[in-house]
Design a protein around this ligand. Sequence first.
Ligand SMILES: [Zn+2]
Length: 271
Amino acid sequence: MHRNSYHRWIIAVPVTAIAVIASVSAPRASQDAADDEQQVGQQVFDELKAKGEIVSSSPLFDQLKPIADAIARTAQPYYNHPFTFYLVHEQDPNAFATPGGKVYVTDSLLYFVKNTEELAGTLCHEVSHTIHHDSMKLIEKERSIERREIGAAILLGPTRAHVLAIALIGKLRSLGYSREAESAADLTGSDVCAATGDNPWGLVWLFQDFDSADLGKVPQVLSDHPDNQHRVQALQHHFGENPKVFATFSADKKGAKPFVPVKDAVEIFLR
Ligand SMILES: [Zn+2]
């Protein structure tokens, strides 16, 4: 595959990239907390599977897989559960990460992105939310708001993980991450992309596309925040501060690798 030619970046780049990633990563969670993350992630997976949304086989998944696998290999040392990517069938272009290492990409996103770098940038951004434990932090932070809901659920007897998953499923589509968490995921995501050999300018191009896109079609995961310009500037600043990592990548979109999703791809769902 063409991506193999980029493996040299994994050798050439990581020392600097690792330092940058590590500097914005949360301290390693305790084993108990890690187990909570895995359980919450599994509960979300079960819910999505029950809704018949998870694609078990599709030519689209075959197109996504090599891009996702390469990113997972780069990101794996920074997270203590295996990264696994799933394709889900949804109308809105979107991607979201749940605790425990599962990352979901909607089929619509594959038709929205204009090139491989924009897709990779989105995946790297999501993986970074997981590395930063953002969704667990979000649940913990908002738990008091949901105390009544959770209290009611506990009466019915589910596990704590199930309760947290219920809270998370409600959050996935609205993604109330703070501006700081989003920007941190952008920067770590750009490190992950660079170390993988995916041009990290892809995320910048994606933001720029939003400004000209039909708002109804903008991936919700990235569109909740009206400060795309601020995020672009933060990325550009980060690139400028780490020339050893980023100077080799061109800001020129003309050099992007096309991503051409199979039209009307057949999807078989996990049941
Ligand atoms: Zn995000």
